[in-house]
Design a protein around this ligand. Structure first.
Ligand SMILES: NC(=O)c1ccc[n+]([C@@H]2O[C@H](COP(=O)([O-])OP(=O)(O)OC[C@H]3O[C@@H](n4cnc5c(N)ncnc54)[C@H](OP(=O)(O)O)[C@@H]3O)[C@@H](O)[C@H]2O)c1
Length: 271
């Protein structure tokens, strides 16, 4: 059985579906209530509450680990997984572990790579699903505000992250690997908004924001340190953060999805 944490999120939900379609037994973990396809076991647990983990991991031999709280000590989580019989862990980390020496992500990675379990580390760049922050303003006023409108980044589709995670959980040959996950091309915030407009069949205005305005807006969704770090990457990406990685194609045997494909698949969120 495969336990998927973060199972109601951008990556976890398509991962649960992919594993189910591949005929795997899946237990989906999140703190809140959730609707999953028939056949998926939903287990409520909080990664920050060690007592909730034994029941969450019962019967599992593989684990997809997604940690939302950057301050969390995940050693007890990895220990509980190993005690339950998990032998393989796929960790969703971030490119910032490599490009910004991100202490939280490096700490999560060390807990997994030092666990004695078989591991694969996924290091994605910025997610296409971050564009959902614009859903309300596009629905209501056909406009989207963002800073750094002309800085292109190789935005990655969470569906591709989920597909790589599914491969690492179900196939051999991924143990001890770190995969850098990006989309197939650089796309600017202005370009993303245009792609969403094309997906809904109506023009959407792009309104450039100052860094300060963006900081205040993003604080409504993410903790301050995450906002600060994200703005640094968005505004002043280094060479490694603008590099298009071959890893999605190497693992899946197909090109990663372009942002425009994500926008078409998620058009309903912006109509
Ligand atoms: N967004 C980006 O551009 C980006 C880039 C690189 C890396 N990342 C990494 O990607 C991850 C976010 O992935 P995502 O967008 O797929 O997630 P998401 O959509 O934000 O969903 C988070 C999931 O985690 C669950 N969750 C949150 N806190 C939990 C806890 N304490 N215990 C158990 N479950 C918990 C949530 O469900 P409940 O609320 O019901 O518990 C939900 O299922 C983060 O680790 C982030 O560092 C993101």
């Amino acid at each position: 059985m495969i336990v998927v944490t973060g199972a109601t999120g951008n990556t976890g939900r398509p991962l649960v579906e992919a594993l189910l379609a591949a005929g795997e037994d899946v237990a989906a973990v999140s703190r809140g209530g959730a609707d999953f396809p028939a056949g998926v076991l939903h287990r409520k647990a909080d990664l920050g509450v060690p007592d909730s983990l034994e029941a969450a991991f019962e019967g599992a031999d593989r684990l997809f680990l997604l940690v939302r709280d950057q301050a969390l000590d995940i050693a007890p989580v990895v220990e509980a997984a190993a005690d339950a019989g998990v032998g393989r862990v796929v960790l969703l980390s971030s490119e910032t572990a490599a490009t910004r020496n991100d202490e939280s992500q490096l700490r999560f990675e060390a807990a997994v790579t030092g666990s004695g379990l078989e591991w694969t580390i996924l290091r994605p760049g910025g997610f296409a699903s971050n564009a959902l922050l614009w859903s309300e303003s596009i629905r209501r006023g056909r406009s989207a505000t963002a800073p750094f409108g002309d800085v292109g980044m190789p935005i990655v589709d969470p569906l591709d992250i989920a597909a790589v995670a599914a491969a690492a959980l179900t196939e051999d040959g991924h143990a001890g690997r770190e995969y850098s996950l990006t989309g197939p091309e650089l796309v600017t915030p202005r370009g993303q908004v245009a792609a969403i407009g094309a997906a809904i069949g109506e023009p959407v205005a792009f309104v450039e924001q100052s860094r300060k305005e963006a900081y205040e807006q993003l604080l409504r969704f993410w903790p301050a340190d995450v906002v600060e770090a994200s703005l640094e990457v968005m505004g002043r990406p280094n060479e490694a953060e603008r590099r298009i990685s071959p890893d999605v194609e190497r693992v899946l045997g197909r090109r990663p999805h372009a942002f425009a494909e994500w926008a078409r698949r998620n058009a309903a969120a912006f109509r």
